[in-house]
Design a protein around this ligand. Structure first.
Ligand SMILES: Cc1cc2nc3c(=O)[nH]c(=O)nc-3n(C[C@H](O)[C@H](O)[C@H](O)COP(=O)(O)OP(=O)(O)OC[C@H]3O[C@@H](n4cnc5c(N)ncnc54)[C@H](O)[C@@H]3O)c2cc1C
Length: 472
């Protein structure tokens, strides 16, 4: 029996897709210039299904890749050539909520925002809030150690996942971490968080829920240009202002947002806006807002407005969270770069990023987690134009080099995936990379699990070539 026959025998008819038209949508994640058609896409309904699928792939020497919602921006869920894509979206239930202990047990295919919906009646929410939170899965968040605007105060996914049940590449099930959050022995939970589907497939998660704050206030501060806005961010951090979120949007992003269904009332004559949020007690928020207003005024803000009204706050955040979507109107494709720089370097690096895109004749817009120094230069392009794709790929590399040159890092939250594995030697030496490879081999000696991702490896005979960017 072929691998396909064995998968069909295991799963219901609608849980194993292999027709060319059915596979089309699974060729890539949200980094659309890497595409590979899988052999099949399977939809497990349980941990036992995942174990059986993994064992079939292992027996047949077929590579396999876990996939959540496919919103990843680094090609992490791009299938291996001739491989099986294990899509977890049907394992999407909240298994239990323990309001007293502020814990939830969930399946990995649960959409991020749906967990906060389920926790709302208890006055709780799930704090990590990637801008894709209405679409991305918690399993994908774990694999990427996803962040979000409120990561500034609450930290990334890593701080909110206490335990992970995972299927290893030989089909065994392990529990990493402990629901109490106490750690004994080696911290394999920590190792798994951000491992991008290369160490195991998460099939159940125990996550921390956070009490809803007493008061939340959101400020909007437009600036004439991006530079003073970035300098204001450095000032706020230096002065010890502990905001829940500090986000920045440049003029091109403002224009795209305001012309779209995500319009938020951002002033279109501004060169940049800062969106700053505080939450906590009445006293803390009141004091922080007053200090922040004074600092923003001194930094040259054109005006400062603020609101506690839930509906108005939602509108302000709609613009920020919908910014990538708004850019979808500018060109058929969008490349979202993700890198981190020391916050004090934001103005100089952003100027360099603009110069790189200008030199390649590319259309750039910036929206980013300014408080974390986490840049997202966005390049709108047409993926049908091979020359433009090549310029996008070259600009992406130059942007990364510019960030590393000032002491930055390869990724803030979108991961390494396919896209950045070739950049890993720019940040890590051979010994660093070798240590990572050896850890990976302990979890997956077959190298069949999500091959060609994260670590640049000389390919073993079982490993398939990572796809090249379409058009290059
Ligand atoms: C509009 C937009 C806005 C975004 N904003 C943010 C943001 O603010 N912050 C942020 O961090 N990211 C953001 N992202 C990126 C993306 O949403 C995140 O990386 C998210 O965590 C991916 O989740 P997913 O379910 O779509 O995973 P996928 O794209 O399906 O997979 C991502 C990786 O996780 C692995 N994986 C998936 N499920 C599992 C599992 N159960 N077990 C093991 N491995 C698994 C895959 O193999 C792959 O390597 C954004 C993306 C878009 C399109």
């Amino acid at each position: 029996m072929s691998v396909l026959d064995r998968l069909r025998a295991l799963l219901p008819k609608n849980a194993c897709l292999s027709g060319p038209a059915q596979l089309l949508v699974y060729e890539c994640d949200a980094l659309t210039h890497f595409r590979t058609r899988p052999l099949a896409v399977v939809f497990p309904a349980s941990t036992e299904d995942v174990q059986s699928i993994v064992r079939i792939c292992r027996d047949e020497g077929v590579p396999f890749t876990p996939r959540g919602a496919g919103t990843g921006l680094s090609g992490g869920a791009t299938p291996a050539e001739g491989g099986v894509l294990i899509e977890l979206s049907r394992m999407n239930r909240v298994l239990s909520i323990d309001a007293e202990s502020r814990l939830a047990v969930v399946q990995p295919g649960l959409i991020n925002a749906h967990l906060s919906d389920a926790a709302r009646p208890y006055g709780l929410h799930y704090a990590p809030d990637p801008s894709s939170q209405t679409a991305c899965s918690l399993g994908g968040n774990v694999a990427e150690n996803a962040g979000g605007p409120h990561g500034l105060k609450y930290g990334s996914t890593e701080r909110h996942v206490l335990a992970v049940k995972a299927v290893l590449s030989d089909g065994r099930v392990v529990m990493l971490g402990h629901p109490t959050g106490t750690s004994h022995g080696l911290d394999l939970r920590g190792l798994f968080l951000g491992s991008e589907g290369t160490l195991g497939i998460a099939t159940e998660l125990v996550v921390r829920l956070t009490p809803n704050p007493e008061v939340t206030e959101t400020l909007l501060a437009p600036f004439r240009t991006l530079r003073p806005a970035c300098e204001a961010v450095s000032t706020l951090i230096r002065e010890g202002i502990s905001a829940a979120a500090i986000e920045a949007l440049d003029d091109r992003t403002i224009a795209a947002v305001e012309a779209s269904v995500f319009r938020a009332g951002y002033p279109t004559d501004a060169g940049a806006v800062l969106l700053i949020e505080f939450d906590g007690t009445e006293e803390d928020v009141g004091e922080s807002v007053a200090r922040t207003r004074a600092l923003l005024e001194a930094a040259g803000a054109m005006s400062i407005s603020s609101t506690r009204d839930p509906e108005q706050r939602k509108v302000l955040w709609r613009g920020r969270k919908g910014a990538f979507g708004a850019m979808g109107r500018l060109a058929p494709d969008l490349y979202v770069q993700d890198a981190v720089v020391p916050r004090t370097k934001l103005p100089e690096v952003l100027e360099k990023v603009c110069a790189i895109c200008d030199a390649h004749g590319l259309r750039l817009a910036n929206v980013f987690h300014a408080g974390d120094g986490n840049l997202h230069p966005n390049i709108s392009y047409d993926g049908r134009d091979p020359d433009e794709v090549e310029r996008v790929v070259r600009a992406g590399r130059e942007i990364i080099e510019a960030c590393l040159a000032v002491g930055g890092s390869l990724s803030g939250e979108h991961g390494i995936g396919l896209e950045k594995q070739e950049f890993m030697p720019l940040l890590f030496n051979d010994d660093d990379l070798d240590a990572m490879k050896r850890v990976r081999d302990v979890f997956d000696p077959t190298r069949l699990m999500n091959p060609g991702k994260v670590i640049p490896t000389p390919r073993a005979c079982t490993e398939t070539r990572p796809p090249k960017a379409v058009g290059t």
